[in-house]
Structures are given as structure tokens and as C-alpha cells.
Design a protein around this ligand. Structure first.
Ligand code: PEP
Length: 263
């Protein structure tokens, strides 16, 4: 049984006070439940708000174990002359447990390659953190009928040289690029089909134990009204949420609706 994950990617949004207020809104909701009743909740603020939300978490003392903090990117080297970059060790030091890598916005605007994503995944796992490895196709690739081969290629390269034990702990997020921030959600059966295909790729490059254990999320215009159907599918283990994670009400409703069907 894979524990569902609901992860919020705040992208480049929110100043520190807003981040604190939003985090408190999620924490208030999470405090009503035990960790067993909730899905794994992961919040990915900007680098500048990581310590803000981490401090709120620590002050409270009770919700601390219920909400994990993620960074939205990292560098694979531990330290050195990499101006503007942040290492996994630094993110661990500030309290991060997860790191999102290979988001389509980073691939598109910052030329992140599959090779870089593989190095980042290895570095994250070596430090005991969990990578959330994003993959997904453009509309052109979908229309050309190459969705599966494109995504299989991204996953094979991302997982190259990673042990089955480490793959088991990892998270993959299938995010069709045409569904990100557009309000167009991928049909739940189709998202489930692609995610089952990704699970088979993991089985092929690693083993069945890793394929059965790895949590694979769907991302792309997830809303409170879409999550129940998505979470009712066999292979969808949770959601990576962008826009709807920026308001406590909608993010909490996504968590609550997940709990109705999948925890
Ligand atoms: C994302 O950026 O990961 C995402 C899924 O965004 P949205 O939910 O806004 O489509």
C-alpha cells in the first residue's frame, strides 16, 4: 500500500509573511488529524521562505511531523564555485526532506537536461533526501503520438545508475506540460495509463519491488473538483499541485478530498 502524497509547488510566489500565513492555514487544517489519517503533505516554497515555514513548523511542535518541506531545485555538487546555486546539503541543513527536480519550467527556461536531473537525483538520495522527479510531454509530442516513448526516455535517464533501494524511496510526478497552469486537466484514465506505463519502465530498469513501491503523482491543473477521480485510479499515488496550492482553502480541500478515497 503506497501512502498518497499531496505536494504543493509554490513556484516563484509569496513573500515571507504570505508564505507564513499560507503555511499556517495548511497546518491548522492538518492539526485536526493524525499523521496516519492524512496523506503525506509536502510544501515547496521559494528558497527565501524555506526557513520561514520550517520555523513555523518547529514552533508548533505538533504539526511538525505532518508537513514536509521541499525545495524546488538544487545543485548536485556539495559546495564550490557555482554562483547562485544551492546544494542538497544546504537544503537538508534548513530542514528540507524532498527536492523537486526536472520540473518542465526548469527544463524549458533553464535548459535543465536529463543528465543534470540524474546527477541531482543521485546527490539528493546520497544525502538521504527524496527527489520528486518531474516528467511529461508537450502538446506537440502528444499529438505526434510520442508521449510514451518521450516519457520512458526521461525516466530511464533520470534513474540511470540508481539502486532499487533508492528508487523505492523516490517520487515521480507525471505532469503533461499542456495541463500545467492551463486549467486543462488530463483525463484521469489517461493519466492513470501513462503512470502505469511509467511504473512498468521502473520495473524494466530496476525491479518489481521498486516499481510497486515508488510513488507516482499526477500534476497539471489539479483542483479540489478533480482530485477524487484522480485518486480513485489504480496507479495515481497523489498530486503535485501548482496554482491551487497557493490558497489554503483549495489546497486543504484537495487534501480532504484525497482522504475520502485514498488514505
Ligand atoms: C506544476 O507546476 O507543477 C503544476 C502542476 O501547476 P498547476 O497545478 O498550476 O497546473
Amino acid at each position: 500500500m503506497r501512502k498518497p502524497i499531496i505536494a504543493g509547488n509554490w513556484k516563484m510566489n509569496l513573500l515571507q509573511d504570505d508564505a507564513k500565513a499560507l503555511f499556517n492555514g495548511i497546518k491548522e487544517f492538518a492539526d485536526k488529524y493524525t499523521a496516519v489519517q492524512l496523506p503525506s503533505i509536502v510544501i515547496a516554497p521559494t528558497f527565501t521562505s524555506l526557513s520561514v515555514v520550517e520555523n513555523v513548523k518547529c514552533d508548533c511542535g505538533c504539526a511538525g511531523t505532518k508537513i514536509a518541506i521541499a525545495a524546488q531545485n538544487c545543485h548536485w555538487e556539495t559546495s564550490g564555485a557555482y554562483t547562485g546555486e544551492v546544494s542538497v546539503e544546504m537544503l537538508k541543513d534548513i530542514g528540507c526532506e524532498y527536492i523537486i527536480i526536472g520540473h518542465s519550467e526548469r527544463r524549458q527556461y533553464f535548459s535543465e537536461t536529463d543528465e543534470m536531473i540524474n546527477k541531482k537525483a543521485k546527490s539528493i538520495l546520497a544525502k538521504g533526501l527524496i527527489p520528486i522527479i518531474c516528467c511529461g510531454e508537450t502538446l506537440e509530442q502528444r499529438e505526434a503520438g510520442i508521449t510514451d516513448s518521450h516519457i520512458a526516455g526521461q525516466i530511464k535517464k533520470a534513474l540511470e545508475g540508481i539502486s532499487a533501494e533508492d528508487i523505492k524511496k523516490s517520487v515521480i510526478a507525471y505532469e503533461p506540460i499542456w495541463a500545467i497552469g492551463t486549467g486543462k486537466t488530463c483525463d484521469a484514465d489517461e493519466a492513470n495509463r501513462v503512470i502505469a506505463m511509467i511504473r512498468n519502465v521502473v520495473r524494466e530498469v530496476s525491479n518489481s519491488e521498486a516499481a510497486d513501491a515508488i510513488r507516482i503523482l499526477y500534476g497539471g491543473s489539479v483542483k479540489p473538483s478533480t482530485i477524487e477521480e484522480q485518486m480513485s485510479k489504480s496507479d495515481i499515488d497523489g498530486a503535485l499541485v501548482g496554482g491551487a496550492s497557493l490558497k489554503a482553502d483549495s489546497f486543504n480541500e484537495i487534501i480532504a478530498n484525497t482522504m475520502k478515497v485514498a488514505v
